[in-house]
Design a protein around this ligand. Structure first.
Ligand SMILES: [Zn+2]
Ligand SMILES: [Zn+2]
Length: 353
């Protein structure tokens, strides 16, 4: 282990570095040094995500440039700090990009996804090596078996958010659920909700995504641009046109939030999962909440328990990860990767250092 450390000291690695919106450069930078409670991972596969797309376009309020781009990855441990107990070099691992503090009001109250200092976040997956901070090592760094590929494991973080969304949506056996948005998040919702014994209607603008949704077991797909009134169209596929038992928004646009709210039956649950731009507003017919008793909620991020359950889903092979990864490119082609991401081409792209 000591030797390994000497091996990597003062060595450089390739990394995609973010300088400003629209400015990401492939550079040689130093391989990070590892502190006593930290772990160094050799990245074997990373994935692109909607957050990366947004960061590329407008920056990220939690990270000051320059920083290494990307946050979804899996790889092999190459070095562990002197105080790290449960991990050793050679282990296949995946990490969530944050961990709760366990000492604020929310953590003590069991609401870890609302932790006041949750955002000791991790960035740097689009590189040959990534350093995992101690707080994540102790809570959200997980080992996975050889039966799971690095690409499959790399889906852990967004899937953990989806597990949170599904666990909070009050889905019962035999329910009809509508998901608005068939991007990576919507397609993960589809797969996890099907495990709950519900029938899924899914809407989107893109034909290609809806085809994939059908393949993954959607009961009905609706191309939004092809119908006059998407709310009425969804209701048509529910018993007596009364609306879905549960409606999920997986786009992050205020107008889609409003449509989603109108798609549930009386007493139904609406999960407005897609984060909209800060400061945006929606209007809601008050009678839906009073007379129709609909339940409206949001779900943000995940807890360490949800991260673990998401990894179980991946390891148990009940989630089709491969179909969500539509391209695979080497890190050296970072500009092509960004172009594909900006053009909404495919679902997720695997970035291989
Ligand atoms: Zn992500
Ligand atoms: Zn906390």
């Amino acid at each position: 282990m000591k030797n390994k450390k000497l091996d990597l000291r003062n060595k450089t690695m390739k990394a995609a570095v973010f300088y400003a919106p629209h400015q990401v450069k492939l550079e040689d930078i130093n391989i990070p040094d590892v502190g006593p409670d930290e772990v160094l991972v050799k990245v074997k596969a990373a994935l692109t995500c909607g957050t990366d797309r947004k960061t590329y376009l407008r920056g990220h309020h939690l990270f000051n440039p320059p920083f290494v781009f990307g946050h979804e990855f899996a790889g092999d441990i190459v070095e562990v700090g002197s105080k790290v107990k449960n991990f050793k070099p050679g282990m296949r691992v995946v990490a969530a990009n944050s961990a709760p503090c366990n000492s604020c009001f929310y953590c003590k109250n069991g609401e870890h996804s609302l932790c006041d200092s949750l955002f000791i976040q991790l960035s740097g997956a689009f590189a040959e090596y990534i350093k995992i901070p101690g707080i994540i090592v102790s809570q959200n760094l997980l080992q996975f078996p050889e039966t799971v590929s690095y690409k499959e494991a790399a889906l852990l973080e967004p899937l953990s958010c989806v597990v949170h969304g599904v666990e909070d949506s009050n889905i019962k056996l035999g329910d009809t659920v509508v998901i608005n948005g068939a991007g990576p998040i919507g397609l993960m919702f589809l797969q996890v909700i099907k495990l709950k014994g519900a029938r899924v209607i899914i809407t989107d603008l893109h034909e290609e995504r809806l085809r994939l949704a059908s393949k993954l077991g959607a009961y009905k797909t609706i191309k939004v641009s092809k119908v006059q009134n998407v709310v009425e169209e969804v209701k048509k596929y529910t018993e007596d046109n009364r609306g879905a038992d549960v409606a999920i928004e997986a786009v992050g646009l205020p107008q889609v939030w409003e449509q989603t709210i109108s798609m549930v039956r009386k007493g139904g649950t609406v999960n407005l999962f897609g984060g909209c731009k800060t400061g945006t507003k929606v209007s809601i017919d008050t009678s839906l909440i009073h007379y129709s008793q609909i339940n409206i909620k949001g779900a943000f991020h995940h807890t360490p328990g949800q991260v673990k359950r998401a990894l179980n889903l991946i390891c148990n092979k009940v989630i089709n990860v491969d179909s969500l990864i539509t391209d695979e490119l080497p890190l050296s082609e970072i500009s092509t990767i960004i172009e594909l991401m900006l053009a909404h081409k495919g679902i997720k792209i695997a970035v291989i250092p």
